[in-house]
Design a protein around this ligand. Structure first.
Ligand code: FAD
Length: 402
């Protein structure tokens, strides 16, 4: 049974074809060119986004009647894993673009779809989601960007930070405050060549392929058809998307670690020291065996959460658990693989340094490790407080023990 078999068994034949296509795509020039870009300290070439779109991958989960494949969440995860085996950052970015097309297909209005969806699927229009601001990332209550109603739309004022793909996107779906209650709503904001929006790259050594940007909006006009999530519903919809994203990030981190472990095992199976191959030295073998054991555990946890998302079941806790565990395991495990290979593991002759630099950033994107623990912690009494016979249930239980 291959490492990814549990996911692949859950796919239809058509979905397996998509995964094969993604594998074939990534194993070509894409792999080496993204690595070379990382070594030069520049983002992977923008042309790869168009090539990815030409393969139909930006419409992966878009409904067939809107020109997409209507693929399941598990298929989307597997496709992203194929990319993450070569570059976590590229996988994160391509998926981020794909997610916006999916959102419009599922929850956009006819007008929004007629303006944007075909372009999003074809890769001629790029869009990104944005919540974080300089005033707060973990704390949505700290968001201050406003949208003031004006004739025919809104005027947006504020600063959005850490926007993935922010240096190149044409539209951003963002949380903004509006009305007297200042509740959060979700707006699709155009950000092409207008002078009322400026952007600057957030420099991040080893993470240029995320194309992170800070975007400043000053009396920036947004047409009224661009309201994506009205107040009262926007935060719930955004958080549902974030839960799925956490599972997805976990699965990608697992795939990146798997790639690192395979590279380390191949190398250590060839390289000799003191009369035998490195892998035959028990101390080193056990170190990599520990990585393999934790990798399998992270993979199983990710798959469990992916199944919940796919079935539309509550996945908040499972998503937080798998993201926390997978990201920690990947950061630790890739470092172990690098050390097992000796100095060459840290050199540019191998891909492991790039994997570590990119995966490290997964500990922030879509919620930090502390926020994952916070989410898990809030459910402890409900999820694990099952009383034994005659014992009183812990206080603070939100519902029946499960
Ligand atoms: C590669 C990358 C891509 C990203 N892409 C996007 C994107 O596309 N869109 C977007 O909106 N954002 C994006 N982000 C931003 C990301 O979502 C935020 O960095 C994250 O939410 C944390 O916010 P912050 O950095 O402002 O940290 P803060 O919220 O300021 O937190 C600082 C520290 O305090 C800890 N902390 C905060 N609250 C608590 C608490 N209650 N208990 C214990 N510890 C706490 C945090 O865990 C963290 O360690 C991205 C970030 C990175 C690195």
């Amino acid at each position: 049974m291959t490492f990814f078999a549990q996911y692949d068994d859950a796919l239809s034949d058509a979905e397996r074809e998509l995964v094969s296509k993604a594998r074939w795509f990534c194993e070509g020039k894409f792999s080496e060119e993204t690595r070379q870009a990382h070594l030069r300290g520049v983002p992977f070439a923008r042309e790869w986004i168009k090539s990815w779109a030409d393969e139909g991958m930006l419409g992966l989960q878009v409904k067939p009647e809107h020109g997409g494949h209507g693929a399941s969440f598990i298929c989307k995860v597997r496709v992203a894993q194929e990319v993450a085996r070569h570059s976590f950052a590229a996988a994160f970015c391509l998926n981020n673009l794909q997610g916006q097309a999916t959102r419009l297909s599922r929850a956009g209005s006819d007008e929004q779809r007629s303006h944007l969806l075909a372009g999003l699927v074809a890769g001629s229009i790029l869009a990104a989601p944005s919540m974080s601001e300089p005033s707060g990332g973990s704390d949505l209550g700290a968001l201050t960007t406003t949208a003031t109603p004006v004739s025919g739309g809104w005027l947006v004022n504020g600063v959005k930070d850490w926007v993935t793909n922010g240096t190149i996107v044409d539209w951003v779906s963002m949380l903004v405050r509006s009305g007297e209650s200042a509740e959060l709503m979700s707006l699709l904001v155009p950000c092409g060549a207008e002078s009322s929006v400026t952007r600057e790259e957030v420099p991040l050594a080893g993470g240029r392929s995320f194309r992170l940007a800070k975007m400043t909006f000053r009396d920036h006009f947004v047409p009224d058809w661009a309201l994506l999530g009205p107040a009262g519903n926007a935060v719930r919809a955004s958080m549902a998307a974030v839960n799925a994203a956490r599972v997805h990030v976990a699965a990608m981190a697992v795939a990146t670690l798997h790639s690192a472990l395979c590279e380390a095992v191949r190398y250590c199976g060839r390289r000799e020291a003191l009369g035998k191959v490195l892998l035959a030295h028990q101390g080193l073998q056990w170190e990599l065996a520990e990585v393999a054991a934790r990798l399998e555990a992270a993979n199983a946890l990710g798959f469990k959460a992916a199944q919940l998302v796919d079935r539309g079941l509550p996945a908040q806790t499972a998503a937080a658990q798998c993201k926390k565990f997978a990201v920690d395991t990947a950061i630790w495990g890739i470092d172990q693989c690098i050390r097992a290979m000796g100095a060459v593991g840290a050199s540019d002759a191998h891909r492991l340094g790039m994997h570590l630099a990119e995966v490290r950033l997964a500990a922030y994107a879509d919620g930090t490790n502390e926020m994952m623990l916070d989410r898990i912690g809030r459910g402890l009494a409900k999820d694990y407080g099952m009383p034994v016979a005659g014992e009183q249930a812990p206080t603070g239980m939100e519902g029946k023990p499960t």
